[in-house]
Design a protein around this ligand. Sequence first.
Ligand code: NAP
Length: 535
Amino acid sequence: MKNLDYDAIVIGAGVCGIYQAYKLQQMGKRFLLLEQGSDVGGTWYWNRYPGCRFDSESETYGYSFSKELLKEWNWTEHFSPREETEKYLQFVVKKFDLRQHMVFDRRLESAIWKPEISGWELTTNEGDTFTTRFLLTAIGLLSSPTLPRYKGVEKFKSLSFHTFNAPREPVDFSGKNVAVIGTGATGVQLISEIANKVGSLTIFQRRPNWCAPLHNSRITSKEMNDIKNRYEEIFSLCGKTPSGFYHDVDPRKTFDVAPEDREAFWEKLYSSPGFGVWLGNFKDMLVNSEANAEFTKFVAQKIRQRVNDPKVAEKLIPKDHGFGTRRVPMETGYYEAFNQDNVKLIDIGENPIEYITETGIQTKDIHYPFDIIIYATGFDAVTGAFDKINIVGENKQTLREKWADGPQTHFGLSVSGFPNMLTLAGPQSGSVATNFPRGIEEAVNWCSQMLEHLFDNNIHYFNPREEAESFWGDQVREMSERILFGKEQSWFTGYNSNVDRNYRHKCLIYAGGQIRFRKFLTEEVSNGYPGFIMR
Ligand code: NAP
């Protein structure tokens, strides 16, 4: 068989692609990594908006695979800001000498399956072409940003940007009249960070989200030393929760607990750092509507206490969904920002945006002039990055065609009809619904083990079976039907009003948790890969 340029090509140099590159280097394979940005980092390279940070406890966000790395790296905040996480990923790449395999400023334009070589032919935006036996996509869940489809977006003459494409140089907000459209996790972080740095801030909100305090703080050197001594315990703990965080559901049910004890428990969760308030709550909070409504009332009260103007508070309290049934934005002073004189909330349900002008935003009632407009309007999530690449599999079918009614995959890691392709952080994967690096290590380890099996046994072709794919589709559906968020409009369920293609209410991720997911993956290996045709 004709020699191909590479054994494997990885697409994307974010958290996932970097680890996959490390694994391929360990295996001694000929591989290349293509990255559309000018450096490593993925999410942490692109999202340069003020306030960007993760909601994972920092020590649970790093890679666990190298004791040396764990010893050398010091986190400085309990919830690390973007800049530090980007530096961390640069540090990892340097330490393991991975840059030699990477080519930057290359966007993959097409990947065509070539049966005659049992491999893929890739073409980039720069016109390079490469052949590879295996194609490994690590292109991110939230890497295809979407602007609103208001008329005139391109007409605004002053500075405007989507948060994903925020300028590389810090923006000077002082004295500026700034608009933010969008109040998801991104908008909430951004608004909290810039509210006291701008002249005026006008927030255009379509639907409010239930937010909760992050309670971030510095990590002292004593704390960091302690963390270093406990890494084994930390990762073991994260491995035992469905979400890959420390936080695990409380085994009690809401109404089995006396009201005053319930209240005390919720007070404690609300004043503790991180996602405990969402993921460490009573076990029925995210699956039972009555239980959910009870906690939702508690959080609504908190918002009313924190926002001075009752009318504004009511606008910030979601009425169309319960707490935690969409992604909970974690905040630092978000609600208090609305008590500032220079901050104004526009409910675009009441006063819709009609179009963007050269100088500002025209709503139904008023024209608002701005110096800066920031679009925190989200992503064509999970499948959007795949749609941008012309991926053509067997029988000349494109991936876009195959996924016309929603993604179909085997474990979210491979797609029938698209041989020799592993979608490391793909739709329907259980790895991506977790504390990302924890799930990603699992997915990359599994895929690497499979690649070793293929290399060792001289297998040049694998293709997941259609039956395996429909089995997985059923699992994904069943899990999303069990939890309340499967019923809500959000990026988890393929909703985005700014794209033509919406997979309304088709869960794009496997919501069964990493423990169940791991069991499926382990069984697949121990049973000799029954879900795949291999030759
Ligand atoms: P998002 O959750 O999809 O939120 C987008 C926001 O823009 C929503 O408020 C949406 O309103 C609004 N919007 C969209 N189109 C609009 C339009 N045409 N007109 C007016 N408003 C519009 O996106 P995101 O905030 O970027 O967050 C995406 C995900 O990124 C998060 O869920 C999270 O997983 C991840 N993230 C993580 C962190 C972190 O780790 N701390 C931080 C930021 C983001 P509707 O709700 O009405 O659609």
